[in-house]
Design a protein around this ligand. Structure first.
Ligand code: XMP
Length: 325
């Protein structure tokens, strides 16, 4: 019968058999799937695994610390954190087009990740070679992509250096038979903190696609504050399960007139986008309690500099996507 204990025992045995005494690398995104996959492989092969986390500076408040401290504390995993904030901000300077932002973030991410891989491989060269790449592929991903081949052909770029021309990694995908709720149960059983296991979806490009307008450090800091307030209040109101996710968006290129304290303000609006959904393919805006909305609005306008208005997005998907960019 299916139990999380059985799944863990079975996968640990399979991973040990597959990897042997070689080494593996796993990219952590901050999301549930990569965290659980890494924890499972760590359980199986311990220090033969190294995780890589790219901090692009587009994460929400405390998210990087969560990976750095809580995840490592719970698993004892070896973690390489790459601080690439300046690199990403530099690449995003002056860019306002949503697709362009996504392309730049994706491109920089791969570059930084490959560089980190090359460093880990170089460091391990006298040791056992790094031959395995851990991925948090779930059952729905396998079905959607038509089965998968089991081998990733990751080509090194000449400008990255260190990697052999056509290095082939064997994939380790311990979650291939699982659905999301099962992955969460396995993560819980492995002792991962609740904040990681129950995490709502968050896009890879992070807050970079939640700033309408150019992405700057100042705007990111401002949005991080507003987002942290919204998340805190939604959690306090017990709405984390009912709401699929609630993007908080900064309209950086829009200003409106307000009055705060004794004076006129001319600040930016923050958009709240709470949605209910089964799979993110379609979604409806969440009819959430007015008193919670009121608390979020009051706190954001009081506590976040340069924000003088909070608006609610009441659009379903379609026609609106969940994210604004
Ligand atoms: P949209 O905006 O297309 O979002 O309705 C659907 C779901 O996908 C998430 N999303 C992303 N996730 N990388 C990700 O890993 C991305 O580039 C990305 N873009 C959107 C979004 O948060 C929602 O859950």
């Amino acid at each position: 019968s299916w139990t999380t204990g059985n799944v863990i025992d079975e996968q640990v045995a399979l991973i040990r058999e597959q990897v042997g005494t070689k080494r593996a690398i796993c990219g952590l995104s901050g999301g549930v799937d990569s965290a659980v996959a890494a924890a499972l492989v760590q359980r199986a092969i311990g220090d033969q695994l190294t995780c890589v986390y790219v901090d692009h500076g587009l994460m929400r408040k405390d998210e990087t610390e969560q990976v750095e401290k809580d995840f490592v504390a719970a698993t004892g995993v070896q973690l390489k954190v790459v601080d690439a904030q300046e690199r990403f901000l530099g690449a995003l300077a002056g860019v306002t087009d949503p697709e362009e932002k996504r392309k730049i973030i994706g491109r920089e991410f791969i570059r930084v990740f490959e560089q980190a891989q090359a460093e880990i491989i170089a460091e391990a060269s006298g040791d056992q070679p790094v031959e395995f790449l851990v991925q948090g592929t779930l059952y729905p991903d396998v079905v959607e992509s038509g089965g998968g081949t089991g081998t990733a052909n990751i080509k090194s770029h000449h400008n990255v250096g260190g990697l052999p021309e056509d290095l082939e990694f064997q994939l380790v995908e311990p979650l291939r038979k699982l659905f999301k709720d099962e992955v969460r149960m396995v993560g819980q059983e492995l002792g991962l903190p609740e904040e990681i296991v129950q995490r709502q979806p968050f896009p890879g490009p992070g807050l970079g696609i939640r700033i309408v307008g150019e992405v700057t450090k100042e705007r990111l800091d401002l949005l991080r504050e507003a987002d942290a307030i919204a998340r805190e209040e939604l959690t306090a109101a017990g709405l984390d399960r009912e709401i699929w996710q609630c993007p908080v968006v900064l309209l950086a290129d829009v200003r409106s007139v307000g009055v705060q304290g004794d004076g006129r303000t001319y600040g930016h609006p923050i958009v709240l986008r709470p949605v209910s959904s089964e799979d993110a393919m379609t979604a409806d805006w969440t009819r959430m309690p007015y008193d919670v909305l009121a608390r979020i609005s009051t706190r954001i306008t009081n506590e976040v500099k340069d924000v003088n208005r909070v608006v609610l997005d009441v659009t379903s998907k379609p026609p609106g996507t969940i994210e604004w960019e």
